[in-house]
Design a protein around this ligand. Sequence first.
Ligand code: PMP
Ligand code: GLU
Length: 397
Amino acid sequence: MNYLSQRINELEESATIAMARLSRELQEQGHDIINLSLGEPDFVTPQDIREAAKKAIDDGFTFYPPIAGYADLRKAISEKFKRENNLDYAPDQIVVSTGAKQSIANVVMSLVNPGEEVIIPTPYWVSYSQIIKLAGGVPVFINTSIETDFKPTAEQIKNAITPKTKLLMFSSPCNPTGSMYSKEELQSIAEVIAPHPQIFILSDEIYEHIRFEGTHESIAQFDFIKERVIIVNGVSKGYAMTGWRIGYIGASKEIAKACDKMQGQFTSAASSIAQKAAVKAISTDWSEYEYMRDLFLKRRNLVLDLMSQIPGWKFNKPKGAFYVFPDVTYFFGKSDGETTIKTASDLCMYLLKEAKVSLVTGEAFGDDRCIRISYATSEEILTEALTRIKSALAKLQ
Ligand code: PMP
Ligand code: GLU
């Protein structure tokens, strides 16, 4: 008997997490698996941030924090918005959560009614579509391709708008493609949304600091749309703090209040100790942590160089985040004599078995022509992984 709710039965497991779990299980069984599936910096959180957490424990921060986060953390985030993004968000427009993932869930649950549509350019980060479905919303996908650097045009977004559209959501820099929207591109998107007062924009900026060129642009910079933009950000990627579980939003007071109410029923607040660590992280000038971005850049260049020595796949040059998203359709229909590759998922499974490298299928990101490689690991491991992938792919004829 299946006694679980329809809601959970219809929910798909996160593919990134599923692949990471599968590779951990295989490693435990003694297989020499290289895990390039999970997008997670391999650095330990910087020392000064860890010290702040130890101090918080010694200072007795062991009680429930306010639901939306400690006042000093929200003040630090408000100052960060001004300092780094030139955006004005007062502390009461900020809600701290247990990770950007929860922030996204808070926003979607607070805005989207059953049957309302959410426009998502593909490829998109795995959890977007599932969180929308949980809220009863309907994801409306806009296809993009490698030729347009995986970015939709404003015209495509305009054509996807219906009277039921409630939200547009995207990440920049993008997981999984590493693409970044320019100020001009964001402005034309904002102009398309502006005439529709019922449409909001969730701008996921979690990879803000992991960018290799230009400046970070937020769609919230356009005053004519700012009230309807919700910025989602957090400390997981830019400060190597994935395990601490701290994310936040900057939004209108009304949306911030709604997310506070939602969170008050689901989780209370984010961990008191992690919040104090985040105060240290966010109030420190990011140049202190820039060395991590510089390492990601070296790794990106290495991976692109190694990938360009492998025939068949096509890829764009990621400008941010720590992923490459090659188009692997060249391999479809090819076989090593045993396994025939029909889909991107088949190729991922083949590479797991044959090369012992764990990646994520593009299908999880809404693009079944591609696979995702996370390069958030050492140059040595990346070189070994790409060597293995090269020889496994060479067997496909
Ligand atoms: N958005 C994107 C695009 C991501 O890649 C991630 C990473 N998991 C998240 C949100 C969630 O980040 P976290 O919950 O660790 O803050
Ligand atoms: N954002 C990371 C990824 O895409 C972490 C995994 C997750 O939270 O889904 O791999």
